[in-house]
Ligand binder design. Structure first.
Ligand SMILES: [Zn+2]
Length: 145
């Protein structure tokens, strides 16, 4: 299992890993040729699954569209870069929720923001607060994120 940079046909190199200590895992890979980056974020159940398979954390088949988005936007590291294109009904973030999001490791912050945004959007929640994050993370298995 490994990530390949489609454009370069090169195997992406492991760059950075975060283990928040709660069972979640975030791993970043970069293409040695063009420098594009992808990050893998797993919840505790997925982390355990990957560990139990005895494989080094690597790639899996990712649909073209999300991968395009991830590697394009993570290169810039912009917060909120991964929020849906459809922002019309995207929930707002309260100042307290933004503060908490700021404590998430930078290279996966956009992805975590998107997970919360999608969770809230699906439930018709208009503003993300720490209370909403508490409810979402229990359900998503993202303790401490
Ligand atoms: Zn490349």
């Amino acid at each position: 299992m490994k990530f390949l940079c489609v454009d370069c046909d090169a195997q992406m190199r492991y760059e950075e890993r975060e283990l928040p200590g709660d069972g979640t895992l975030a791993v970043m890979f970069a293409c040695p040729t063009c420098g594009r980056k992808v990050a893998l974020l797993t919840n505790p159940m997925e982390t355990q699954l990957v560990s139990s398979l005895g494989v080094k954390i690597g790639g899996r088949t990712v649909p073209d569209q999300p991968l395009e988005t991830v590697r394009t936007q993570l290169g810039t590291g912009a917060d909120g870069a991964l929020v849906d294109e459809d922002t019309r009904r995207a929930p707002a973030w309260s100042a307290a929720a933004e503060d908490r999001l700021a404590r998430v490791p930078g290279f996966v912050r956009g992805m975590v923001r998107r997970l919360y945004s999608e969770w809230a959007k699906e439930r018709g929640i208009e503003e993300i607060t720490p209370e909403v994050m508490d409810a979402a993370r229990k359900e998503l298995g993202l303790e401490e994120m």
